[in-house]
Design a binder for this molecule. Structure first.
Ligand code: SF4
Length: 474
């Protein structure tokens, strides 16, 4: 019997989104170049911004000022994340859903949607297909339905971790699923999840009520807003927040994401592990309201301004966007992307070169293979990484902030990125990708200042090339 969550909120749960205050900040914050430069200076010291300061950056419309914001976002990205880009893939487990979100092809009332839930054998098949191209990090995605309760989700997480083919294995499993009660979060935590991701979709109360019908589970704004607070209280470590850009004013959603980050930081002494900023995309049997759709230019501004507002939060750019735009925006502060993604249920073994909209929640903009994306990142001088070291060594939640310690990136993140990249090049890459990848590794290895770390990293890279040794983390 599937357990219904008890609707108990977190201790001291509060609705921290004040629509009037945020709307007034948008309407009344005037463009002020010197104020913008003051705020940028604070960001460049890697200090988190207050919501009023983020509003100052949002009010900047003058193209030269916006270019200054872009340049500072690039610089801050380099300072905090270096040139690493972490890779993952989404795996949709099931699309039954009791909700009726108006922007979603999987909504309950869409009778045309092809409904399916992977069997255990099919989960193994999909995971093996992902491992056979080199993936090490997955996010599992579920509709909201009693059959996808905490026990079932924990079971699927274990199924993914126990699936290994050749030198392939999944080392970190993140979750994008409905909010749970405390007991539910404890269950999935025990199964070894990494990040628990819940998108508020829109933080604007009236818009939320318009898109999420009353009486559906997702119609409860506060249950969702409080979702990750309950997860923290159930001792889950890493949280992922996000908004679906295009439902309401993008500036309102940016201010709300910053408010949410500060709220979690204040209450649990650690902000979100990641922020996602998906843009509304065409979906099967969905008529989109065009009013708040975000232009490519404003999308670049929102990514740069989020980067500057939450310096230590990972930023996820997904394959919703086109290859061209992803390539352009990467430098503005993105730290994680998916690649080689298919979101049709069973898509990693069944989907051909074209997308099947009836089987997708929304249309993807980028369905290139993992190897194509890897090669482009390497050609753009990024270090593609499959690192999962912090998560598996317990450097999670507030312990993750060691990140901020000078030299941590040089001594841990870069060598770990290089060993996971070498594994990919030796075990899965095309000859063209391996050629450009080995050049990047040689350059980055030479750049490691600590001679002891450099020697140890060089030895581990040699072992990956010459032996079966794998998973050599710092
Ligand atoms: S967005 Fe999620 S909860 Fe809403 S209908 Fe789609 S699958 Fe269900």
């Amino acid at each position: 019997m599937c357990a219904m969550p008890t609707m108990t909120l977190s201790k001291g749960a509060v609705d921290f989104i004040n629509d009037e205050k945020l709307t007034s900040l948008i309407e009344n914050t005037r463009e002020d170049a010197s104020r913008v430069r003051e705020v940028l200076a604070k960001s460049m010291e890697k200090k988190a911004l207050q919501v009023e300061e983020t509003a100052v950056l949002l009010a900047a419309e003058n193209p030269e000022l916006v270019e200054e914001i872009f340049e500072c976002a690039r610089e801050l990205k380099r300072k905090v994340y270096g040139n690493r880009i972490v890779l993952f893939a989404p795996l949709y487990i099931g699309n039954d859903c009791v909700n009726d979100c108006k922007y979603c092809a999987f909504r309950h009332s869409n009778k045309d949607a092809v409904r399916r839930t992977l069997t255990d054998a099919e989960i193994v098949q999909q995971v093996e297909a992902l491992e056979n191209v080199g993936h090490k990090r997955l996010i599992l995605v579920y509709g909201e339905h009693p059959k996808y309760d905490a026990e079932y989700i924990a079971h699927t997480v274990r199924k993914v971790y126990e699936t290994k083919v050749g030198r392939g294995e999944i080392r970190r499993v993140n979750i994008n699923a409905a909010p749970m009660d405390h007991a539910g979060y404890r269950l999935v935590k025990e199964a070894g999840i990494g990040t628990y991701q819940i998108f508020q979709e829109t933080y604007h109360h009236a818009t939320y009520a318009n898109y999420h019908p009353k009486g559906t589970r997702k119609g409860d704004f506060m249950w969702r807003l409080d979702g990750l607070s309950r997860a923290f209280e159930a001792e889950c470590d890493d949280m992922g927040i996000g908004a679906l850009f295009g439902l309401h004013d993008w500036r309102f959603e940016v201010l709300s994401l910053v408010t949410h980050s500060l709220h979690l930081q204040q209450r649990y002494n650690v902000g979100p592990h990641t922020i996602s900023f998906p843009r509304l995309q065409p979906a099967h049997m969905v008529n989109l309201d065009q009013k708040w759709l975000v232009s490519d230019y404003n999308f670049k501004r929102l990514v740069a301004i989020l980067r500057l507002s939450v310096p230590y939060t990972g930023m996820i750019l997904t394959a919703r966007e086109s290859p061209k735009l992803r390539r352009e925006i990467m430098s503005f502060g993105v730290s994680q992307i998916d690649a080689g993604s298919r979101i049709e249920i069973g898509g990693y073994t069944e989907a051909g070169d074209t997308q099947c909209m009836e089987r997708e929640q929304f249309a993807l903009g980028d369905i290139r293979s993992l190897d194509e994306v890897m090669r482009e990142l390497l050609q753009d001088n990024y270090i593609p990484s499959f690192c999962t070291a912090c998560y598996r060594l317990g450097r999670t939640g507030e312990h993750f902030m060691e990140f901020a310690i000078p030299g941590f990136i040089q001594n841990f993140c870069t060598p770990n990125a290089l060993t996971t990249l070498e594994e990919y090049l030796v075990d899965y890459a095309s000859p063209e990708t391996r050629t450009v990848g080995e050049k990047i590794i040689a350059r980055e290895l030479a750049g490691i200042k600590d001679e002891k770390i450099k020697a140890e990293a060089a030895d581990r890279l040699r072992r990956i090339k010459e032996t079966d040794d794998r998973d050599l983390i710092f």
